[in-house]
Design a protein around this ligand. Structure first.
Ligand code: CO8
Length: 257
């Protein structure tokens, strides 16, 4: 079996990516993360795709970085490779990505789910940053994204104890959008992606960027970004179509132009 196996299906303008290294609970080795970044960039450029769902297996979305691979690395390897460059590529994907999580989302797996824009969790989902138990700490955004998502006190507790959250706790703490029975996770994520795929794609992309700016910039800078993105949309055909359709009381036909 290829070490970087990811299945891809596309239907109704939504692409579904499935991580597939079941023998190690989808542990994220470098080849898998690179393949994922390659595929996401490809889908980001592809006209017929407007939203993406990322999922794993029944037992694990992803159980973290591949500890077997990590164990053989030293600090200089991280600098020379560079280990996190593919994570940056994933972070820059412009189209919306929804994580559909069943089972373990741990360490890099939880960080990957948080790199997505929304998370649909199955009842079996377990979210955690257990790096502390193996002598390290989160390295792919966990200390930053988790803190923004659930607040300092709770992020501190998860990161310093390595304790896992159940799906219901993750919902109560604001980490996930909703919890559904495991058998419906993919369907629910695909339905949400399908709904977004009907919206005007340029506005979706700019709105995604603007919301992400709220995590990264001051309110002043974020407002400035939002206003510029808003102005920009007034040069799109979809803005004219959307407003015209509203006034004519008909369904808009968005073209992504
Ligand atoms: N890396 C490599 N192999 C793994 C990993 C992993 N993260 N997780 C599970 N496996 C392997 C196991 O070694 C085992 O292999 P084998 O059958 O050959 O012994 C197989 O998957 C099944 O696992 P278990 O037998 O352990 O299954 P259990 O149901 O008993 O336990 C757990 C499931 C609780 C998920 C357990 O496997 C576990 O604790 N895994 C490790 C979780 C962890 O510590 N994750 C954090 C890793 S560090 C990290 O993510 C750093 C992130 C920063 C950089 C991100 C870059 C990608």
């Amino acid at each position: 079996m290829s070490e970087a196996r990811i299945m891809v299906e596309t239907k109704d303008q939504v692409a579904l990516l499935r991580l597939h290294r079941p023998h190690v609970l989808n542990a994220l080795n470098q080849a898998l993360v690179k393949r994922l970044a390659d595929l996401l960039e490809e889908l980001d450029r592809k006209d017929g795709v407007r939203a993406i769902v990322l999922t794993g297996g029944d037992k694990a979305f992803a159980a973290g970085a591949d500890i077997q691979e990590l164990a053989g690395m030293d600090a200089v390897d991280f600098v020379n490779r560079p280990y996190f460059a593919d994570w940056e590529r994933i972070r820059r994907v412009a189209k919306p990505i929804i994580a559909a999580v069943k089972g373990y989302a741990l360490g890099g797996g939880n960080e990957l789910a948080m790199c997505c824009d929304m998370i649909i969790a199955g009842e079996s989902a377990k979210f955690g940053q257990p790096e502390i138990n193996i002598g390290v700490m989160p390295g792919a955004g966990g200390t930053q994204r988790l803190t923004k998502a659930i607040g300092k006190a709770k992020a501190m507790e998860m990161i310093l104890t390595g304790r896992m959250l159940t799906a219901d706790e993750a919902l109560a703490w604001g980490l996930v959008n909703r919890v559904v029975p495991d058998g419906q996770v993919e369907e629910e994520a695909l339905a949400l992606a399908g709904e977004i795929a009907q919206k005007p794609p340029i506005a979706v992309r700019l709105a995604k960027q603007a919301v992400n700016r709220a995590q990264e910039l001051t309110v002043e800078q974020g407002l400035q970004f939002e206003q510029h993105a808003f102005y920009l949309l007034f040069s799109s055909e979809d803005q004219q179509e959307g407003m015209q359709a509203f006034m004519e009381k008909r369904k808009p036909q968005f073209k992504g132009k």
